[in-house]
Design a protein. Structure first.
Lengths: 182, 383
């Protein structure tokens, strides 16, 4: 096992962050970094706007950026609200429930770590409380199971899923998805 | 009413290198070969070139090209972004510059060793211009994975099938089989080959993906007035447009309200608004085909059919010669060469000159499009 810790991630410094807006400063140096391999898998490289998402994920919370003035949710996160142009934002906790909006089953040629698991699945999930907020992810049989742990025939657009979290590398956690009815 | 681009400029010359999986020469050399060939085709001396336009992803810059070919003093140079979305924008930028007097002889080009060179997704240090943190960790690594996601949803929502995608692949291959310059000139495609080929990213198989090609192409743009004195039949730039829709997210457009509505619609709205004719008047189309599902999406976006009808549009040989809309008549990115869509521009010119290897009789109007699903661009050409 070889874990290379990414040069900068937002997680550690934000572990104590409350539900109020997270201080982005910890992630400012992350934008130029390349994805660090964790056993050859690509780790998220947060930018300033995305850092709080990953910080909350490390705490096992799925949160989406919302405008602190007009309340509109937005994803991916960005500096200001496209509806009212407010620069004030907060991170609203989601129920973690959703439905598969679409999916693919990648086959080689792929980066070696991914090729070894091919075909695996990659899915896009629309969130139950905000169907137009969609997150890319993987459908797995258990939080730490492999990317190919769910048989391809179980994947279906519209299938109900719920979020779980997986620590890809030290301090780097990503949301993943489990079938509501496995 | 201000200045208009309508028919103010024309493509007077086109040039290309051979296309192959591997060409020994450098991208810079290939660029210079295509550009000098285009200038020779136009009968214009390199010293008269005073404008350049290419893609932001083009590795050879204007300085290198200009000094190699012996260009004169250059007063306009521009680059268009978003990979294959920038193809038609290169010509559009030159048209605007020439129509407004900023330059007189413009060269647009693309040179690429995608066949033998690196594939962008293989190098994790060089990320494609997508929001990588939201997709890469989950194994959405390649454009085929990103577009496959939209394709699966499109199939689900509108009843599109793999046979519809095959219709696109087949039309392109059939035209390539008529084009000696095409990489797939002597390689016919059958439905059985398509249906039994290996997957790349389900629902997309090998034949849903464009080629990996080494090659370069160029065209020369001048004022309409000057073009009438050149060696070749002028091909007029009747209209040009770029498209970046509100709340668009690039190739991974999963976060907009309606991800199946792409940049083509935005470009199309402006294109048709400034044109003297409409989709029903198009004799032949060159539609960006890095992946087969981009074609039905583009057919909808550019108004050849209604929302969700793009797949059905491909039925009954509609995209073949003699069909409703002959498509990618040189073979396109799927079967002639994948050079970020520039061969679609030059093929459009050949059709309107009457010199295509798969000539549509009396073709007088041609739509050329750039990559759908990324910020895009399009041209209406006419003879």
């Amino acid at each position: 096992m070889r874990f290379i810790k990414p040069s900068v991630t937002a997680t550690t410094d934000n572990r104590t962050a409350s539900a109020t807006p997270v201080d982005n400063s910890a992630a400012t140096a992350a934008t130029a970094a390349e994805p660090a391999p964790a056993d050859g898998f690509l780790l998220p490289v947060p930018d300033d706007d995305g850092a709080p998402f990953w910080a909350y994920a490390a705490r096992g919370e799925l949160r989406v950026q919302a405008c602190a003035d007009c309340g509109a949710l937005r994803f991916p996160p960005r500096p200001c609200c496209p509806h009212c142009q407010s620069f004030a934002s907060e991170w609203r906790r989601m129920s973690g429930r959703g439905r598969i909006w679409s999916y693919v089953l990648p086959h080689p040629p792929l980066l070696p770590a991914y090729a070894a698991l091919a075909p695996y699945n990659a899915i896009v999930v629309e969130l139950a409380e905000a169907p137009r907020i969609r997150l890319a992810g993987n459908l797995v049989s258990a939080p730490d199971a492999a990317l190919n742990s769910v048989p391809p025939e179980r994947l279906r657009i519209g299938a109900a899923v719920k979020v779980t979290f997986h620590e890809m590398a030290d301090g780097v956690t990503v949301p993943r998805w489990l079938l509501e009815r496995p | 009413m201000g200045a208009t681009l309508k028919d103010a400029t024309a493509i007077a010359g086109i040039g290309q290198t051979p296309f192959a999986k591997h060409l020994p020469e450098s991208e810079k050399t290939l660029a210079c070969r295509a550009i000098t060939a285009a200038l020779a085709d136009a009968g214009i001396a390199p010293s008269e070139v005073d404008a350049f336009a290419s893609y932001t992803m083009e590795e050879t810059d204007e300085v290198e090209v200009a000094k190699a070919i012996g260009a004169g003093d250059v007063t306009f140079f521009a680059k268009a972004g978003y990979g294959g979305g920038g193809s038609c924008a290169t010509v559009a930028h030159l048209a605007a510059a020439i129509a407004t007097g900023q330059a007189t002889v413009g060269v647009a080009w693309r040179s690429r060793k995608r066949g033998s060179g690196p594939r962008p997704w293989k190098n994790t240090a060089v990320q494609l211009p997508t929001p990588a943190q939201w997709t890469r960790p989950f194994g959405l690594l390649r454009p085929a994975d990103e577009i496959g996601m939209l394709a699966r949803r499109y199939m689900h929502q509108y009843g599109a099938t793999r046979d519809h995608f095959f219709n696109v692949a087949l039309a392109c291959r059939n035209r390539a089989n008529q084009n000696p310059a095409a990489v797939m000139y002597d390689r016919p495609l059958t439905r059985e080959m398509y249906m039994t080929s290996r997957w790349i990213s389900e629902p997309l198989c090998l034949f849903d993906n464009c080629l990996e090609t080494d090659g370069a192409l160029a065209c020369v743009l001048v004022s309409a007035e000057r073009a009438r004195d050149c060696r070749r039949t002028p091909v007029y730039v009747h209209a040009a447009a770029q498209g970046l829709p509100a709340q668009h997210h690039g190739m991974v457009n999963y976060w907009t309200d309606d991800p199946l509505t792409g940049p083509a619609r935005t470009a199309a709205r402006h294109l048709w608004k400034s044109a003297d004719f409409g989709p029903q008047d198009i004799d032949v189309a060159q539609i960006y085909d890095a992946f087969t599902p981009l074609v039905p999406l583009s057919l909808e976006g550019y108004g050849f059919c209604g929302r969700g009808e793009g797949a059905a549009f491909t039925e009954k040989g509609a995209l073949e010669i003699g069909g409703r809309l002959p498509l990618n008549t040189g073979g396109g990115g799927l079967s002639e060469a994948y050079v970020h869509g520039f061969n679609l521009i030059t093929e459009g010119v050949k059709q309107l000159r009457g010199t295509s290897t798969a000539q549509v009789p009396d073709a007088a109007t041609c739509l050329v499009t750039a990559g759908e699903s990324v910020p895009t661009s399009a041209l209406l050409l006419r003879s």
